[in-house]
Design a protein around this ligand. Structure first.
Ligand SMILES: [Zn+2]
Length: 238
């Protein structure tokens, strides 16, 4: 269990949800490692030579799985702003590694990092849509008093990050006609790597936002509440 549970109810919810998100991310990193081992060994069985590049990616998948495991153990012990930054680093390394599981885990880690870094300062957490400070609805979840949107730790990322992902996806899509017109470009490892990362990572981030929208939803706040005290809003949740 976490030591030093914060006083602020929003931070308390964030601290409760972050370890669950990191556990999921760790399991996805672990699954990616197993897939990498299977893929590399299949190449060996099929008699094709393994490139030093695939050995590098396989080694990286081991390192990242261990890193994810350590962060999960730390998240169970003590949550901090520093740990939130580690989630960012792990997420970015996962995105460079490439693969569906890595991209999903990265998305969730970035969300966990975003909420944890704010919750650790004790100055409140901002709505991903409009930057308004969210309030806790009892022990259940935080919601934004401005846009009434329910906040979801592990599923919400700031709007500008999402826009960056969509832009990456569009640039990735632009690689497709390029590859069809100039197939020799596919032979270039760097072009293939950059194009596929932008396409897959950007695409999965774009898709995740819609896939995870069901976790969010809206709450109805009472009209013209004099205070934004979360406790007083409990009865108006729907
Ligand atoms: Zn809002």
């Amino acid at each position: 269990m976490n030591t030093g549970t914060p006083e602020d109810p929003v931070s308390r919810i964030v601290f409760r949800e972050v370890p669950k998100t990191v556990r999921t991310a760790f399991l996805l990193f672990l699954a990616s490692t197993i897939l990498a081992v299977i893929a590399t060994n299949s190449f060996v069985l099929l008699g094709s030579p393994i490139s030093s590049l695939s050995i590098f990616f396989e080694a990286m998948s081991f390192i990242l799985a261990v890193y994810a495991g350590v962060l999960y153990l730390l998240a169970r012990q003590k949550l901090s702003r520093w740990l939130g930054s580690q989630f960012y680093l792990l997420a970015i390394l996962g995105l460079f590694q490439g693969g569906i599981f890595y991209a999903i885990a990265a998305y969730q880690l970035l969300s966990a990092g975003y909420w944890l870094r704010q919750a650790s300062t004790g100055n409140g957490c901002r709505c991903v849509r409009d930057g308004e400070n969210v309030v806790a609805l009892g022990d259940a979840f935080p919601a934004c008093p401005k846009c009434s949107r329910r906040a979801s730790i592990g599923n919400d990322i700031p709007k500008r990050w999402y826009k960056t992902a969509v832009a990456a996806f569009i640039v990735g899509l632009a690689f497709l006609p390029l590859w069809i017109l100039y197939p020799t470009l596919l032979g270039n490892v760097l072009v293939w790597y950059a194009g596929s990362r932008l396409l897959y990572d950007g695409g999965i981030f774009t898709f995740s936002k819609f896939a995870l929208a069901s976790y969010s939803g809206y709450v109805r706040f009472p009209p013209k509440t004099p205070s934004t005290d979360g406790e007083s809003l409990l009865g108006n949740r729907n």
